[in-house]
Design a protein around this ligand. Structure first.
Ligand SMILES: CC(C)(COP(=O)(O)OP(=O)(O)OC[C@H]1O[C@@H](n2cnc3c(N)ncnc32)[C@H](O)[C@@H]1OP(=O)(O)O)[C@@H](O)C(=O)NCCC(=O)NCCS
Length: 318
């Protein structure tokens, strides 16, 4: 088994492995990963995707890639085929995953100008591949993948207090939404995991990624809403939804300004997205939440979301 630079290969070399990965995302997370896979293949052919491939008898059976975002490196993915290697020779799947990660981590930590590395490995169970990260000084934040089965729950929407108005997402909200995200995540554990939340420019970049790029599903403006305080006209709450499968919506963001919390706005926004998706015949809604975010988890569970997996987010600051 060899580990080689991903840029030596073309999309034709990686395609069979990505087909297996698309099947795995569908099975584990009810998530159609094919749009992301196509994007990865386009980047491969442009020779601009940094990462490593695990090769045996000339073919790729595992890979990991990363992207640079200014002074940050983000590990985009890690996938090794289930039947990888020969455990008897000590090159089982787990060992290959760790070797790929070690290469990626070393490359990023040694890249000039890179002061931060982030990774979220949704398809790996918590602790499963933590060794290479912890050895290199990363911190680990367990996160929960939750699922809501729309047909199992009747629509119960508590009325919104009259001083608030809920309305559909529109592109005009961009600046105000970025300001809201920055304020909502000040001092929050999620801004340890994703440093974009810490600044207005970062929050705008986050929004741009969610709304304009297909990396985390396809943005769905119809199931995305904002809440406005009628008195001040200020944006005080936000829920964003993307489609990750034709019948599955994924909440990519939900937040409320600190001074407006515990008044039912979070629940009202989740109900609005659910009502919209239900009306369009969707079956499931998923989301991810940091395990330490007790209040958010309590709210999701009360509504009917169920935990399906726990995975890890890793962060390193040099
Ligand atoms: C998670 C979050 C969106 C919840 O929003 P919220 O508007 O406070 O949510 P709700 O008011 O609907 O429900 C939350 C709480 O209010 C209570 N509540 C609901 N309706 C209420 C009412 N009419 N009066 C008083 N309390 C009420 C709920 O029982 C719940 O109890 P808790 O305060 O013990 O947790 C908000 O806390 C937030 O923005 N957090 C920071 C960002 C974040 O963590 N987002 C989630 C990332 S996955």
């Amino acid at each position: 088994m060899e580990i080689l630079d991903l840029r030596h290969f073309s999309s034709a070399d990686l395609r069979p492995l990505l087909e297996d990965e698309v099947a795995m995302w569908g099975r584990l997370l009810s998530w159609d990963y094919s749009t992301s896979a196509e994007m990865i293949l386009r980047y491969m052919d442009a020779k601009i995707l940094p990462g490593y491939a695990a090769i045996e008898r000339g073919s790729i059976f595992g890979y990991s890639f990363f992207v640079y975002e200014q002074s940050k490196g983000v590990i985009g993915d890690l996938f090794v085929r289930d039947s990888a290697g020969d455990p008897a020779r000590g090159s089982g799947r787990h060992e290959v995953e760790e070797r790929l990660l070690t290469h990626v981590i070393e490359t990023l930590q040694q890249s000039p100008g890179i002061h931060r590395v982030e990774a979220q490995l949704l398809t790996h169970h918590t602790g499963e591949v933590s060794q290479p990260f912890l050895q290199q000084g990363f911190s680990r934040h367990p996160r929960v993948f939750m699922n809501f089965e729309i047909g199992k729950h009747p629509q119960t929407a508590p009325p919104l207090p009259p001083q608030f108005e809920i309305r559909g997402w529109s592109e005009q909200e961009y600046q105000a939404a970025a300001a809201l995200i920055t304020a909502a995540y000040r001092g929050h554990v999620d801004s340890e995991i994703n440093d974009q939340y810490r600044t207005l420019t970062g929050s705008l970049r986050f929004l741009n990624n969610i709304v304009r790029f297909p990396g985390c599903g396809t943005f769905d403006p119809q199931a995305s809403f904002v809440v406005v305080d009628r008195r001040t006209r200020m944006l005080i709450g936000l829920i964003l939804c993307s489609l990750v499968r034709p019948d599955v919506g994924h909440i990519t963001q939900v937040c409320v300004l600190p001074e407006y919390r515990s008044a039912g706005l979070g629940e009202a926004m989740l109900a609005a997205s659910t009502r919209n998706l239900r009306g369009r015949g969707f079956h499931f809604i998923s989301l991810t939440v940091t395990e330490a975010n007790d209040r958010a988890i309590a709210l999701y569970k009360r509504i009917g979301f169920e935990s399906t997996r726990v995975f890890d987010a890793f962060v390193w600051e040099g």
